[in-house]
Design a protein around this ligand. Structure first.
Ligand code: E4P
Length: 214
């Protein structure tokens, strides 16, 4: 399973990238706004840190505007993946990007039918938001299972990029279902290896080692 970091904070991306475990980065307009860094400068810096797909979202609402914005973003670096919203305008833009070989990440997916339409438009990635579904009392992971079934039924090549991940369990469930990628916030990245028995076991090994030297 590929692992992306869902962040626009350079320090977080740098720290995660240094582990050698990160395959890509996703950003969104809220994360970029919070970072306070100019979008293009931020993308250039991220592309220096991570050699993998970097999602950059368009903010136009119409396909013509999205295509023009997306082309400018894609020109920044070969690894830029243009992120578009799951609307008819977004899918028109997705089709145009796809025919020009520009990679896309169709975002804000909340149903398997939406995901099927994105695949028909030629999306490279589909981003189902599991955490936001959980937040409103739905089972976010059911959506990943449904999309996987639909894509397998018809052989769609679009990759499932599990997004809005809130905890490690989301990542495990996504991997068990066969999601292609999980994009996770830095807080969850830090928790990936945490287990109290790993900590206590290591402490015990170190103590025994020190005692043996006395
Ligand atoms: C994905 O590309 C989005 O940036 C992200 O996963 C949204 O997550 P949130 O629901 O925690 O804002």
């Amino acid at each position: 399973m590929k692992l992306f970091i869902d962040s626009a904070e350079i320090k977080e991306i740098e720290a995660a990238a240094k582990t050698g475990l990160i395959d890509g980065v996703t950003t969104n307009p809220s994360l970029v706004a919070k970072s306070g860094v100019k979008f293009e400068d931020l993308l250039r810096r991220i592309c220096e840190l991570v050699d993998g797909p970097i999602s950059a979202e368009v903010t136009a609402m119409d396909s013509v505007g999205m295509i023009s914005e997306g082309k400018k973003l894609a020109a920044i670096h070969k690894n830029i993946t243009v992120k578009v919203p799951l609307t008819f305008e977004g899918l028109k833009a997705t089709r145009a990007f796809s025919s020009e070989g520009i990679k896309t990440n169709v975002t804000l997916c909340f149903t398997a039918v939406q995901a099927m339409m994105a695949a028909k438009a030629g999306a490279t990635y589909i981003s189902p938001f599991v955490g936001r579904l959980d937040d409103i009392g739905h089972a976010g992971m059911d959506l990943i299972r449904d999309i996987k079934t639909v894509y397998d039924n018809y052989g769609y090549k679009t990759q499932i990029l599990v997004a809005s991940v809130r905890h490690v369990e989301h990542m495990l469930k996504a991997a068990l279902i066969g999601g292609h990628v999980a994009t996770i916030p830095y807080k969850v990245f830090e928790q990936l290896l945490s287990h109290p028995l790993t900590d206590s076991g290591l402490a015990r090994f170190m103590k025994d080692w020190e005692n043996a030297k006395k």
